[in-house]
Design a protein around this ligand. Structure first.
Ligand code: NIG
Ligand code: FE
Length: 411
């Protein structure tokens, strides 16, 4: 199947030569062609350029996009989409004055979701998660990372990862799985945290690796969850089994997690709401992508990741949703891009780079996703009639997407 988009008002995020990420001042550059064409063949981007260079209209589908902007679909590199039920009671508790940490301390939070996942069948989990996946595809997401971490027992963690694998086989978008057994300390191990870390390292990681159920390993490195020594040990074991680190750090406190992630060459370190200048300095020269999750800051009313400090230090930054039942019950990357501009003072160019090519990097997918490049997967957002790409973050809350193409097909 060949699809030719012609007269495209503006084709955004074109990268003739494939790049893996953009950093610092380059994040403010978003190459584009006005009045462009784009040819999709099968699952891939075959060709593109200015209309003046189009001389062959040979295609199965011809689409006049004269009032539309076309850009790569969003790459959401941090989600917890597989979960059971919701936590809207805790949301109301927070409105009444309890903090996220206080709710967790009395058995709510991650442990609340873990109980529900443990009590659900694989089929129930699959059905609930499918709905969320279908929703984010319509919102323009073409590649997504999904974590386990609401199982917290060997059986339930494997169950979650099997659901992620089934989702991956059932939907066209690209899915990367992350093992997050170290998301919270189960009640059973409350007085012996090390025994849970032992179980993660001696039983869960080997089983996840043997069954090839995850590419990445994650730890919630935070006061009251996993300390830096435990994080260090879990990442070291994960790496021994071929799992690459992508970790939760500096959400509430800066306790040295950034440095542990960098030491283990983490693909990404995520959250970063609380960053010291030393934390930012540590990222210089590393392969690690910092990832901001502004919907989480919005929902929990916690600080936003200091994007300006990070980008102005010459570093890259990616944006992701963190879609999960506790801190971010939303998988809307359009809102993430808006919030990054409004609350973190990122320019629209920076935010779009962060949510496409840099998001792809944070999932190990930048060779195939995140830009308009010949040979990359044809994952596209086709906007409604909007005046410019600045309008995308500006008109927050409006649905500005006309169509989404994933792997060469409209969804
Ligand atoms: O990324 N911070 C840790 N984990 C999730 C929230 C988990 C939950 O509250 O269920 C996050 O925000
Ligand atoms: Fe998260």
């Amino acid at each position: 199947m060949k699809t030719l988009f012609f007269n495209i008002k503006e084709l955004l995020q074109i990268r003739d030569k494939s790049i893996s990420k953009v950093s610092g001042a380059e994040m403010n550059l978003l190459p584009s062609i006005k009045n462009a064409y784009l040819l999709v063949e099968g699952e891939q981007i075959k060709e593109y350029g200015p209309m003046s260079r189009l001389n062959n209209y040979d295609a199965d589908r011809l689409i006049d996009a004269h009032d539309q902007i076309i850009m790569p679909a969003w790459c959401d590199s941090h989600t917890h989409i597989v979960y059971a039920g919701n936590r809207e009671e805790e949301f109301v508790d927070r409105i009444r004055g309890l903090s996220y940490e206080e709710i967790a301390a009395r058995g709510g939070g991650i442990l609340n979701s873990a109980k529900r996942v443990q009590d659900s069948t694989e089929q129930e989990l699959f059905e609930q998660s499918s709905q969320r996946l279908e929703e984010i595809m319509k919102l323009g997401t073409g590649a997504v990372e999904i974590k386990s971490g609401y199982g917290l027992t060997p059986e339930s963690e494997i169950k979650m990862l099997r659901v992620i694998k089934s989702l991956s086989g059932s939907y066209p978008l690209s899915i990367k799985a992350t093992f997050l057994g170290a998301h919270a300390i189960p009640l059973k191990f409350k007085d012996n945290k090390e025994a849970y870390v032992d179980q993660i390292c001696n039983q869960m990681i080997p089983e996840v690796a043997e069954k090839k159920l995850a590419a990445y390993i994650d730890v919630f490195c935070e006061k009251g969850y996993f300390d830096t020594d435990q994080t260090d040990r879990i990442l070291k074991t994960g790496k021994k089994y071929g799992l690459i680190p992508k970790i939760h750090v500096n959400q509430f406190n800066s306790i040295g997690g950034v440095q542990i992630g960098i030491k283990h060459k983490a693909l990404s370190i995520d959250h970063l709401e609380i960053m010291t200048s030393q934390d930012i300095e540590s990222l210089q020269g590393s392969v690690t992508m910092p990832v901001a999750l502004p919907s989480c800051s919005y929902f929990l009313s916690i600080p936003y990741t200091p994007a300006r400090k990070i980008i102005d230090a010459g570093l890259p930054l990616a944006l992701a949703t963190d879609f999960n039942p506790g801190s971010t019950p939303s998988g809307n990357m359009n809102f993430v891009v808006s919030a990054a501009c409004i609350k973190m003072k990122m320019t629209p160019q920076e935010a779009i780079n962060a949510a496409t090519i840099n998001g792809a990097y944070a999932m190990g997918l930048s060779k195939t996703h995140g830009s308009i490049t010949k040979g990359k997967i044809a994952n596209l957002i086709i906007t409604k009639n909007i005046p410019s790409f600045n309008y995308l973050p500006y008109a927050f809350g409006s649905n500005l997407i006309d169509k989404v193409m994933i792997k060469g097909e409209f969804i």
